[in-house]
Design a protein around this ligand. Structure first.
Ligand SMILES: Cc1cc2nc3c(=O)[nH]c(=O)nc-3n(C[C@H](O)[C@H](O)[C@H](O)COP(=O)(O)OP(=O)(O)OC[C@H]3O[C@@H](n4cnc5c(N)ncnc54)[C@H](O)[C@@H]3O)c2cc1C
Length: 400
C-alpha cells in the first residue's frame, strides 16, 4: 500500500511537533520544509539579547530529527497549486503532498510607522537579538556611557520580559566596559491604557509595580508616531534614543493571502472544526483562527491534535473535533520573579520564576530526549559575549 505523503511547512513549535508525532508511523511519508535550519525557542530570545547563550533559544532541526524517518528540506514555500497538490519554493523546488500541514508562524508588522522598520531593533530571531546585543555593546564603546534612553515599544509579554532583564544587563555591561556606573533610563511604551491588555487587570497592576521597582518608566495609552536616527516621536513628544526595540506588532504570514486562503477578520486563517482550511490542508499554531492562537503552548497542542487526527483518519476512524485549551501564562521580570496566570489562579514572585524554569525544561523535552533537553535548559545559566572590548577586559581581569 502506498504511504500517505504528509508535507509539513514550517519548522517551529507546531510543524516540528506534527513531524515528531508522525515520523515513526510507517503509514506516513513525512517531509518537513522550513526556511530555517533551526527550531527557534522564542520564549528565551529576550534572554539571549541580554547576555544569555544563543544555544538557549535555538536547536538545529537536524539534531531534533537525527535517526528519525523524515525528509528535512530547507526552502521558502511561496506558491500552493491546489490542482496538482504541490508546494513550490523560492528556489524553484516543488514538493508534492497528499496532506499539507501549514505552520508558518507570523511576521513583524510595523504598521507603516515611519522609520521603525529601518531603525528599530527586533527580538524575533537569533539574528535580531544578536544585532541588538552588538549595538548595546558598541554604543557603550563609542560613547563611553549608556544611551540617554533605551526604549521598548510593546507592553505585551515580550516587551515586559525584555524591560525586566535589561536594567541588570546594562549595569553588567557598564562594568564589563569599565564605565563608571550611572543611572540608566528604560522606557516601555504601550498603546493600551494598561500593560498585558489580554490578562486580568490585577496582573497588569502587579507587573507594572514590579517594572517600576526596577526603574522602568511606563508610557501607557501612548502612540508611537515615528523614529529618526536620534529620537522616537511618541504622542507628539520626542524621546531621545539610539536604542528603540520594537516588540509591538505581528501579522499573519503573507503566504496565506498570496495563495487565496479564506481569512478571518483578525487576519488569521479560517478553519473548520478539524483545523482544516480546505480538505487535507491543515493550518495551525499562530496561523489559525483559534481562541488561543499566538502562544507556543497552543501551537504544540495543535500539532499533537493534527497528528492524532491524521492517525485516526488512517485507521478509518472519524477525526476528533478541535477543542481549545487556555494556556498558562508565565512572565518573568528580571531574575527570580515571574507572574503566573492560569484561569482564575494567579501568583507572583519566586515561585512563578521556578515554575517558568520547569516549564522551559518541559518545553525542550517536547522536542528532545530528557538528557538533551536538560542540557539545553542548563544553557540558560551560561553567558555569551562576542564583543571584543568585553572579552579583552574579562581576560585582563583574570590575568591580574
Ligand atoms: C519574542 C517572542 C517571545 C515569545 N514568548 C512566548 C512565551 O513565553 N510563551 C508562549 O506561549 N509563546 C511565546 N511566543 C509565541 C510563540 O513563540 C508562538 O506562538 C509560536 O512560535 C507559534 O508556533 P508556530 O509553529 O505557529 O510558528 P513558529 O514557531 O513561528 O514557526 C514557524 C516556522 O515556519 C518557518 N517559515 C515561515 N515562513 C515559511 C515559508 N514560507 N516556508 C517555509 N518555512 C517558513 C519559520 O522560519 C519557522 O521555523 C513568543 C513569540 C516571540 C516572537
Amino acid at each position: 500500500m502506498s504511504k500517505e505523503k504528509v508535507l509539513i511547512v514550517g519548522g517551529g513549535f507546531g510543524g516540528v511537533k506534527v513531524a515528531l508525532e508522525l515520523c515513526e508511523d510507517e503509514r506516513f511519508d513525512v517531509t518537513l520544509l522550513s526556511n530555517h535550519d533551526n527550531f527557534r525557542y522564542y520564549p528565551t530570545l529576550y534572554h539571549v539579547a541580554t547576555g544569555g547563550k544563543r544555544a538557549n533559544a535555538s536547536i538545529p532541526l537536524r539534531s531534533i530529527f537525527e535517526g528519525k524517518r523524515i525528509t528535512l528540506k530547507n526552502g521558502e514555500a511561496t506558491t500552493l497549486d491546489r490542482h496538482t497538490k504541490t508546494i513550490d519554493t523560492k528556489d524553484g523546488e516543488a514538493y508534492h503532498y497528499d496532506t499539507l500541514v501549514l505552520a508558518l508562524g507570523v511576521v513583524t508588522n510595523y504598521f507603516n510607522i515611519p522609520g521603525l522598520k529601518e531603525l528599530s531593533y527586533g527580538v524575533k530571531s537569533i539574528a535580531d537579538v544578536e544585532k541588538l546585543k552588538a549595538h548595546l555593546h558598541q554604543q557603550m564603546v563609542d560613547d563611553h556611557k549608556p544611551d540617554l534612553n533605551y526604549v521598548i515599544i510593546g507592553g505585551g509579554p515580550t516587551g515586559i520580559e525584555l524591560a525586566g532583564a535589561l536594567p541588570d544587563y546594562l549595569r553588567h555591561l557598564m562594568d564589563l566596559h569599565g564605565i563608571k556606573r550611572r543611572a540608566i533610563h528604560i522606557d516601555l511604551i504601550e498603546a493600551s491604557p494598561r500593560l498585558l491588555p489580554k490578562l486580568p487587570s490585577d496582573t497588569s497592576r502587579i507587573v507594572r509595580r514590579q517594572l517600576e521597582r526596577k526603574g522602568v518608566k511606563l508610557y501607557l495609552g501612548e502612540k508611537v508616531e515615528g523614529e529618526t536616527a536620534n529620537e522616537l516621536l511618541v504622542s507628539g513628544k520626542p524621546i531621545q534614543s539610539h536604542t528603540v526595540i520594537w516588540t509591538a506588532g505581528t501579522t499573519n504570514n503573507p503566504f496565506f493571502t498570496n495563495n487565496g486562503f479564506v481569512m478571518a477578520a483578525n487576519h488569521k486563517v479560517a478553519t473548520d472544526i478539524f483545523l482544516q482550511a480546505e480538505e487535507s490542508i491543515f493550518v495551525l499554531g499562530d496561523n489559525a483562527n483559534t481562541p488561543y492562537s499566538g502562544l507556543a503552548q497552543t501551537a504544540v497542542r495543535d500539532g499533537k491534535y493534527v497528528a492524532d487526527n491524521l492517525k485516526r483518519r488512517a485507521d478509518g476512524k472519524v477525526m476528533n473535533s478541535y477543542r481549545a485549551h487556555q494556556p498558562i501564562t508565565i512572565i518573568p521580570i528580571g531574575e527570580n520573579w515571574a507572574a503566573v496566570v492560569s484561569g482564575q489562579l494567579r501568583f507572583y514572585g519566586h515561585l512563578g520564576w521556578s515554575l517558568r524554569q520547569i516549564a522551559d525544561a518541559w518545553a525542550f523535552h517536547d522536542y528532545e530526549p530528557w538528557l538533551q533537553a536538560g542540557r539545553q535548559w542548563l544553557t540558560y545559566y551560561g553567558s555569551e559575549e562576542s564583543c571584543r572590548t568585553c572579552l579583552e577586559n574579562v581576560h585582563l581581569a583574570h590575568s591580574h
